[in-house]
Design a protein around this ligand. Sequence first.
Ligand code: FAD
Length: 276
Amino acid sequence: MSVQPSLGKLIYRKDLTSDLAVIRIQPSDGSPVPDFKPGQFVTLGLKLDGEGDKITNRAYSLSSPPEEKRYFELYIKWAQEPVPGKFTTALFNMKEGDELYWRKPAGAFTIEDRKVDGTPDERMLILVASGTGLAPFVSYVLHLKAVGSKRRIALLHGARNAKEIGYHDLFERLAKDGNGSFIYLPTVSRPNDPSSQGWTGHTGRVETLLVRRDSSVSELERALGNRITPENSFFHICGYSGTIESVISILQPLGFVSNRNKRKDGSFDIKIETYG
Ligand SMILES: Cc1cc2nc3c(=O)[nH]c(=O)nc-3n(C[C@H](O)[C@H](O)[C@H](O)COP(=O)(O)OP(=O)(O)OC[C@H]3O[C@@H](n4cnc5c(N)ncnc54)[C@H](O)[C@@H]3O)c2cc1C
């Protein structure tokens, strides 16, 4: 028998653009957010117009860390192409105070902190996101900071334009304060778009930051000051399948292996979450 969904209230909504928002949902009964692991998703449910009592569900990664017990934070794109998305069209019509259903967090896109032999995995975490694929990494980074982790992190985020580089101020600040322990590389693929006006950072798709060019180091390696290998780096990739396939095709020749195709001993150096 499936567990009944709980009710939640939309308590905060910040629109970054007309189709990209950060929202917060609080359990309606006032209870704290249940325990979860950074990288997990929550399933939201809504009764859509014309569909009676049927609840339509969709998965959304949590961008808040598990230490935040007051609300779930989510980073959501309104799907509009080629046709308006069923769920996000209803979600973007909601205002603060409106209610929706949620089911407790689940999912395996979590931080690997042990190697297959059980020893601590201390390799640098390289987090690669396209669009709202950033959400789980916001949770990772805030959690690792909250627990005082010494693991070095590099976060690479690609979006179409500068306005879609969500959580930019937060990550800029963490990079500035991190003394080299947190490297942040945002990039926009449409630098000439009016919404990119004033952007002086990297341009191109996020995977281009990993391509070794003439000097035979990538933008990422230049920022890190060392070459990436499966011995020193562990990748997490989140977003649309095109980005994931491109990143894997760049990393495979360097000896990296993904969790979709582990080595005989069960080890891998790339973990993937696809949004569709
Ligand atoms: C584990 C996981 C985590 C996720 N986390 C996030 C997150 O953090 N943030 C986020 O924004 N999304 C996330 N997603 C995606 C999310 O679950 C939804 O898939 C997304 O919001 C679209 O839902 P929708 O109902 O609005 O669109 P849908 O109605 O399901 O449509 C999906 C796409 O198909 C297209 N489409 C629909 N009908 C047709 C048709 N007849 N012909 C052609 N095209 C059509 C739509 O235009 C749209 O682009 C996640 C998905 C997974 C699996």
